[in-house]
Design a protein around this ligand. Structure first.
Ligand code: PLP
Length: 478
């Protein structure tokens, strides 16, 4: 074979191996995202470092990463050992050097991505193959182990998401709900009420306070820094549910301020909501100054863990690179502004208005007050069209993710009763719906959403008119 072709070929191989060398030495997101072939070749090489893929392996243990189906094996690049050991879910596995390497790298790269997003002075990140709710439960259990035996209460700023409630109850802890304060349209943290709740229960009986950053409008991000100062003063734990907060710079800033100014034991965020991967993972972290609870989560995780959600995240981060990640973040900011403008126009045309919620940089709400009034008969006798019907109209027009919230719904979650469920408030004054400008949403999504929305307003009003006519005919016959 001609030597200059071989030279050219090995140069190509060289530049791929340089990518890898630089990744392993820098341990940060590559500036530019990798192409799929480079990612696959890296994963295949790592996989060959696991004992189940050795050419001459003789496995005689009870866990040798044997996989029956070649299809399943391919789906996982032969990475079947999982991650961690019984003593520490982040520990290296002697049988799986490749998996261990990929796992370590994922934790480092996701930490870098989170720093880029605005989480300053962050400690190590721990990716777990459990979604946010389960990871919150595990984190609460680790927190509980560090508190006095009697500390079984969790003081929680209300957020109407069933998972938040279940995460606390599943950890065997008792939920103490602190109502949100209505300020204008917005629901904000009642910091004084948090203090009152902790003092009423007795700080020695309180495991921790749980606050949240990302949430449905009209609820705003909690005053996490104020609560952090309070938790420091009262000497109780503080866990922040940052479910999809990584994608929004103001929320990252709030979290960083919280761990700089006060007490934050752990922050939990979802991998699917923040990094565009399938559901299945979450990241636990904290400020660099207080990593005790995160360490405890690592150590208390019972057994080995699935590699799958970790690999999805690693592939995604390598594919995005720092450039792609930053672009995803700024595109989202752009689409948040765009959605706000477009929805405001749609609201005005239809006699509604946007709820003013400056403390929520992701989700937004539009009132459905006139629609509800017309539907109930107040605007011309068209009784019986509940505003929640508007939600099903949107859904049947292929719009997913909006939530119509009508006041007055009572809901029980794990034995805890909530009035006005959905609104994070017992009696929010107006019906509304919410939509989110979350990572990955495009301007085109917004345009198509607003066009379906306008049609729904029209159809809803048609239905009201039809009902009113039918009613009039019935009463005419009488
Ligand atoms: C999505 C979400 C959860 C639950 O997350 P899972 O990943 O489904 O467990 C909890 N809290 C908030 C605020 C969320 O947005």
């Amino acid at each position: 074979m001609s030597s200059n072709y071989v030279a050219q070929g090995s140069q190509a191989l060289n530049s791929r191996s340089k990518l890898l060398t630089s990744l392993l030495s820098e341990r940060r997101l590559p500036a530019k995202g990798w192409d799929d072939a480079s990612i696959e070749s890296f994963i295949s090489e790592a996989s060959m470092m696991d004992s189940n893929n050795f050419l001459d392996n003789i496995g005689v243990g009870e866990r040798e990463a044997r996989v029956y189906s070649p299809l399943v094996s391919r789906r996982h690049w032969g990475l079947a050992h999982g991650i961690g050991r019984s003593g520490d879910v982040a520990a290296e596995q002697p049988k799986a050097a490749g998996s261990s390497l990929l796992n370590k790298l994922t934790n480092l790269l996701v930490a870098d991505a989170m720093k880029i997003a605005g989480l300053g002075d962050m400690g190590p990140a721990l990716v777990l193959p459990l979604a946010t709710g389960m990871t919150l439960t595990l984190t609460l259990l680790a927190m509980k182990a560090q508190r006095p035996k009697a500390a079984t209460k969790v003081v929680w700023c209300r957020l109407d998401q069933k998972t938040c409630v279940k995460a606390v109850l599943s950890a065997g802890l008792e939920l103490v709900v602190v109502p949100m304060k209505l300020e204008g349209d917005q629901l904000v943290t009642d910091v004084a009420a948090v203090e009152t709740a902790v003092l009423r229960e007795g700080a020695e009986n309180v495991c921790c306070v749980v606050t949240s950053t990302s949430c449905f409008a009209p609820r705003s991000c909690d005053a996490v820094a104020d609560v952090a100062k309070l938790c420091d003063k009262l000497r109780v734990g503080h866990i922040i549910n940052n479910a999809y907060g990584v994608q929004a710079a103001p929320l990252c800033k709030a979290v960083s301020q919280a761990w700089r100014r006060g007490r934050v034991d752990a922050v939990v965020q979802s991998t699917d909501k923040n990094f565009l991967v399938p559901v299945g993972g979450a990241v636990v972290t904290s400020g660099a100054g207080n990593t005790k609870v995160v360490d405890a989560v690592r150590m208390s995780y019972p057994g080995r863990a699935s590699m799958s959600p970790i690999l999805d995240l690693l592939i995604t981060l390598l594919s995005m690179g720092a450039e792609g990640w930053k672009r995803a973040l700024t595109d989202r900011e752009d689409v948040y502004r765009y959605m706000g403008e477009k929805l405001r126009e749609t609201a005005e045309v239809n006699g509604e208005r946007m709820l003013e919620t400056p403390g929520n940089p992701i989700s937004m709400g539009m009132s459905l007050a006139s629609l509800a009034m017309e539907g109930s008969g107040g605007g011309g006798g068209g009784g019986g069209v509940g505003v929640s019907f508007f939600g099903s109209m949107l859904f049947s027009r292929c719009v997913s993710g909006t939530r119509v919230v009508a006041p007055g719904k009572r809901q029980e979650v794990g034995g805890v009763v909530f009035d006005g469920f959905g609104a994070s408030h017992d009696c929010y004054p107006v019906p509304y719906f919410t939509a989110a400008a979350a990572l990955g949403t495009t301007r085109d999504d917004v345009d198509r959403f607003c066009s379906q929305l306008s049609k729904c307003f029209k159809d809803y009003r048609k239905k009201i008119a039809k009902n009113a006519k039918a009613k009039a005919e019935i009463s005419g016959e009488d």
